[in-house]
Write a protein that binds this ligand. Structure first.
Ligand code: BTN
Length: 287
């Protein structure tokens, strides 16, 4: 049986050096993560699922039960992974990171959008430190390698009377996907495809949690401008990129990017010289 397994691995992944031991060690179990974790609160309580619908839903349930800030819902596989704007998120078993973190920020709901930008900075930094790949940030929070998406972030907020009850920040990182089917392969990539080696999901996740916590604390201490500057430093989309932004309901904005507003909105300079601030939308074309 052992021999059969080794043969299958070698046959399926001829370009990598992954062993069965590596694969077991790289399961996202609390026992594998906690010894490597340097954050104080983020990821200190972990709920690990071999399979779940969406980790954002799992985290929301935990939030409603009073779980503390930093609680993490993690899955090896999602059957109903969700993306932004009603899209789905492909969640192949054991290949990616599918994680949702519970936050209870002392911020006004209007400031919550910055949290998502902060998560994108933490994700980009984590990928660089764990795998040596520098991911670009496409506003607001898609991470791109070679122009293709390797990571997406979905934030969902519960607020009452202008107070945030909690925010769930869900992150999906394509780590060790060997390939994507034809149509998705035009737009998606993984750290393994780009770096040509498998990457430790535990290492990427631990780096992410640590960096996210530091940036989150900085934001809560009122250093929003510094945090947004970190986003600008990591994004080729911040300034001077010709973009088309789909605002939904058939509306689009086209122009040259001109930085972020203090709330994290994207400023776009239109052909007539006016500058529009985009609060939410999707950059569908750029050059
Ligand atoms: C996007 O780019 O559209 C956002 C994708 C977010 C995917 C992650 S995977 C973990 C968490 N659970 C979900 O159902 N979605 C997020």
């Amino acid at each position: 049986m052992k021999i059969v397994l080794v043969v299958v691995l070698v046959a399926e992944k001829p370009t990598t050096k992954t062993t069965t031991t590596d694969m077991v060690q790289d399961l996202l179990l609390p026992d594998s993560i906690l010894p490597h974790l340097q954050s104080c609160r983020f990821g200190r309580t972990i709920h690990h699922f071999l399979e779940t619908g969406s980790t954002n839903d799992a985290a929301r349930q935990l939030a409603e039960q009073g779980a503390p800030e930093g609680t993490l819902a993690l899955a090896e596989e999602q059957t109903q992974g969700r993306g932004r704007l009603g899209r789905s998120w492909l969640s192949e078993r054991g290949a990616g990171i599918y994680a949702s973190i519970l936050l209870r920020p002392v911020l006004k709901p209007r400031d919550a959008a910055v949290l998502t930008l902060v998560a994108a900075v933490a994700g980009s930094e984590a990928i660089e430190h764990a795998c040596g790949l520098r991911a670009d940030i496409k506003w607001p929070n898609d991470l791109l390698l070679s122009g293709r998406k390797c990571c997406g972030i979905l934030s969902e907020m519960q607020a009452e009377r202008d107070e945030i009850r909690y925010v769930i920040v869900g992150i999906g990182i394509n780590v060790n996907h060997a390939a994507f089917h034809e149509e998705l392969g035009q737009r998606a990539t993984s750290l393994r495809i780009e770096g040509k080696v498998t990457c430790s999901r535990v290492a990427v996740l631990c780096e992410f949690l640590q960096r996210f916590e530091l940036l989150y604390d900085e934001l809560q201490q009122g250093n929003r401008a510094a945090v947004l500057q970190r986003w600008v430093n990591r994004s080729s989309f911040a300034f001077g990129k010709q973009v088309t932004v789909d605002l939904g309901s058939g509306k689009k904005v086209e122009g040259l990017t001109a930085g972020l507003s203090e709330l994290g909105n994207l400023k776009v300079k239109l052909a007539d010289g006016r500058v529009e601030q985009v609060m939410s939308g999707d950059i569908v074309a750029w050059r």
